[in-house]
Design a binder for this molecule. Structure first.
Ligand code: SAM
Length: 271
């Protein structure tokens, strides 16, 4: 009978967001592994749960994962918690999960709070498709190279950021991507929760002070102009005067403005 690794979310601010199922699993497992034993012990104390905790964090995850997987194989169940939100999401837990899968241990993730998804659903930006990117690099050159990678991405982008880096990140985003809608979700689930719905240009000019924990939800690349407008008609006329055929003009215009070639051709032969 395989034993289980439970991936258990912890509150990102509001302690009432610990579900009855999370409590039940924390009560039932043989031991708890966590990013920081002091933080998790505080949470367990609030829930009136007493369990042995071992630490498994960024700096010891490779070696600890093997020890934890062995214990599970020997018949114990384990719950893994990071300091806040989901383990594995900009937090440790991924290497442990991988090690357990390698050992055919069952993985059961529990539902719960996650800053990225709360920010996205409250943002009012398009939720049809989105990318969770997490933290950008702290070095500005690497950060800007990462941002350049977003240039042609059409869908909503979710970033985590620390308050002392937000000004630099907003100006890099504006410099590289131009003006776009952005929503900053601050202190989610806490008393001073706030959604700042704005755009990059305005936020860069305003120079606000951002306190607490922040998620950035950024609009994807806007659709190119798809309709034929006066500017395009003028350009077509100029090309015609230069002796280009209607077919050639359609091709040139379609490349410049990312418009369907046939649509342009139909417009040119209209009169
Ligand atoms: N594992 C967590 C999750 O599932 O959301 C993320 C942990 S990551 C180390 C911490 C970052 O998440 C913060 O810097 C911030 O960007 C975001 N975050 C965490 N709690 C938040 C909150 N209450 N409000 C806004 N952002 C939060």
């Amino acid at each position: 009978m395989p034993n289980t690794l439970y991936l258990v979310p912890s509150p990102i601010g509001n302690l009432n967001e610990v579900s009855p199922r999370v409590k039940e699993i924390l009560n039932s497992v043989s031991f708890i592994a966590c990013e920081d034993t002091r933080n998790t012990q505080k949470l367990l104390a609030l829930l009136n749960i007493s369990k042995p905790c071992v630490s498994c964090h960024e700096h010891n995850e490779i070696s600890e994962s093997q020890i934890i997987a062995k214990r599970i194989l020997n018949g114990e169940d384990c719950a893994y918690l990071s300091d806040a939100g989901f383990p594995c999401i900009s937090d440790p837990g991924f290497l442990l999960t991988k090690e357990c899968i390698k050992n055919n241990i069952e993985i059961i993730p529990l539902s719960g709070p996650n800053a990225a998804l709360l920010a996205l659903v409250g943002s009012g930006l398009d939720t049809t498709h989105f990318m969770f990117y997490g933290f950008l690099d702290s070095k500005i050159s690497k950060k800007e190279a990462e941002i350049a990678g977003f240039l042609n991405y059409k869908y909503t982008i979710i970033l985590y950021e620390a308050p002392h880096r937000i000004d630099e990140t907003l100006s890099s985003l504006y410099k590289i991507l131009g003006n776009r809608k952005i929503v900053i979700a601050r202190e989610l689930t806490k008393m001073y929760e706030e959604f700042i719905r704005s755009d990059l240009k305005t936020l860069c000019e305003e120079k606000r002070e951002y306190k607490g924990e922040l998620v950035l939800v950024l609009e994807g690349k806007k659709e190119e102009i798809k309709e034929i407008n006066d500017e395009i008609v003028e350009k077509a006329k100029a090309l015609e005067k230069l002796g280009y055929s209607k077919k050639e003009i359609s091709s040139i215009i379609s490349i410049i403005y990312s418009i369907n070639k046939n649509k342009v051709y139909k417009e040119l032969i209209k009169d």
